[in-house]
Design a protein around this ligand. Structure first.
Ligand SMILES: [Zn+2]
Length: 205
C-alpha cells in the first residue's frame, strides 16, 4: 500500500478550492473539505453543472440600477413593474431582506437596498451605503413615504436615524416597522405573519 498524503498538496487546485469554499457563509475548513470531496466525486452531476451555473451567474447577474436588487437586466422586475406603488420606498439593509419582504407579500411599493448598515466597528461610513441614490430617487419621483425596514440592532437603528436626518426637510414621511421585529433580529429570519404585522404597525420616525 502506498502512503498517500492525508491533505491536499499546498498551493494545488484542490487546496485553492477548499480555501475558497471555506470563506462561504456557514462553511468552515472542515465542511469546505467535505464539500470539495463531494464535488469531485460527483463530477458529472454536481461539479460541472456548478461550474456552468457560477459562470452564468457571474456573467449575467448584476445590481438593479435603481434599487440594488439582483437581476439580469438593467432594472429589476420590481422597479419595472407598473403595478408597484411608486409613492412608497422601503429601505432595507440587504437583498436578503428584500426577498424576505417579497416572500411575505407585505409590501406593494418599491425598495432601496443600502448594502449594509453604518458600523463604527467594521469601519462602514455613509459613503459605503447607497444613501445618495436614495436621495436622488426622492428628488425625481412622486415618493411620499420612506419606510425604514432596518434591523433592531444598534447599527440598524443608528443607520435609521442617520437616514431620517438626511431626509428631514424633504416632503416625505419617514416611517419604520412597528413592534414585532425582535431586538437584534434580522428580517430574513422572521416569518411572514410577523413581517406583515410589523409593516401594518409602522410608525412615523
Ligand atoms: Zn430595482
Amino acid at each position: 500500500m502506498t502512503a498517500s498524503h492525508p491533505n491536499p498538496s499546498e498551493g494545488g487546485a484542490l487546496e485553492r478550492l477548499i480555501q475558497i469554499l471555506s470563506r462561504l457563509p456557514g462553511l468552515g475548513p472542515r465542511s469546505a473539505r467535505r464539500v470539495a470531496l463531494h464535488l469531485l466525486k460527483k463530477r458529472e452531476t454536481t461539479l460541472l453543472p456548478l461550474v456552468a451555473a457560477l459562470e452564468d451567474a457571474g456573467r449575467t447577474i448584476r445590481a438593479c440600477r435603481i434599487c440594488g436588487n439582483f437581476c439580469e437586466d438593467d432594472i429589476c422586475p420590481i422597479c419595472a413593474d407598473p403595478k408597484r406603488d411608486p409613492s412608497q420606498i422601503c429601505v432595507v439593509e440587504g437583498v436578503e431582506d428584500l426577498w424576505a419582504l417579497e416572500r411575505a407579500g407585505a409590501f406593494k411599493g418599491r425598495y432601496h437596498v443600502l448594502g449594509g448598515t453604518l458600523s463604527a466597528l467594521d469601519g462602514v461610513g455613509p459613503d459605503q451605503l447607497a444613501v445618495g441614490g436614495l436621495l436622488g430617487r426622492l428628488r425625481d419621483n412622486g415618493v411620499n413615504e420612506v419606510i425604514l425596514a432596518l434591523g433592531a440592532t444598534v447599527d440598524g437603528q443608528t443607520t435609521a436615524h442617520y437616514i431620517a436626518d438626511r431626509l428631514s426637510g424633504l416632503p416625505v414621511t419617514v416611517t419604520r416597522l412597528g413592534h414585532g421585529v425582535p431586538v437584534g433580529g434580522e428580517l430574513d429570519y422572521l416569518d411572514e405573519g410577523t413581517l406583515t404585522a410589523a409593516f401594518k404597525a409602522r410608525r412615523t420616525l
